[in-house]
Ligand binder design. Structure first.
Ligand SMILES: N=c1c2ncn([C@@H]3O[C@H](COP(=O)(O)OP(=O)(O)OP(=O)(O)O)[C@@H](O)[C@H]3O)c2ncn1[C@@H]1O[C@H](COP(=O)(O)O)[C@@H](O)[C@H]1O
Length: 108
């Protein structure tokens, strides 16, 4: 079942699989090929997401975004960056951003 815990579960699974047998795990296989390969896959999935957004249906877009998020999570795992660190950065921006709020306070 999907929930806000979905990404946390995926993060834990990826951390567990990074060092697994590449013959039995896609994450391990990708990691064994190096950071360059992981980054390349992320770039490919980003491109496929853009194409799906512009030319394909909703179902295809959802599939491509899932591929993109998954490969982004593999990259973060391989770099040892916890998802919580990214979420904390988004929380920080929530506090400092807001074009509409700034427009309402032009003196800032
Ligand atoms: N969410 C995913 C997920 N999304 C996509 N993929 C795989 O990503 C690969 C992308 O396919 P591509 O055709 O782009 O790439 P490829 O043919 O493998 O080869 P290259 O292009 O890299 O040469 C496919 O093999 C998909 O199965 C995923 N593999 C795993 N997961 C999650 O990761 C967990 C751990 O997976 P394992 O590491 O395989 O145990 C799983 O339980 C899932 O939750």
């Amino acid at each position: 079942m999907s929930s806000p815990d979905t990404l946390a579960r995926l993060e834990a699974t990826i951390a567990q699989r990074l060092g697994a047998d590449p013959a039995s795990s896609y994450v391990a296989k990708l990691n064994a090929r190096g950071l360059g390969k992981i980054a390349q896959k992320l770039g490919e999935e980003a491109t496929e997401t853009v194409i799906a957004a512009l030319t394909e249906n909703r179902e295809a877009l959802v599939g491509e975004v899932a591929d993109l998020v998954f490969h982004l999570m593999v990259l973060l795992g391989a770099k040892g960056v916890p998802l919580a660190e990214v979420l904390a950065e988004l929380d920080r921006r929530e506090g400092v951003s807001g074009i509409a709020e700034k427009a309402a306070r032009p003196q800032d």
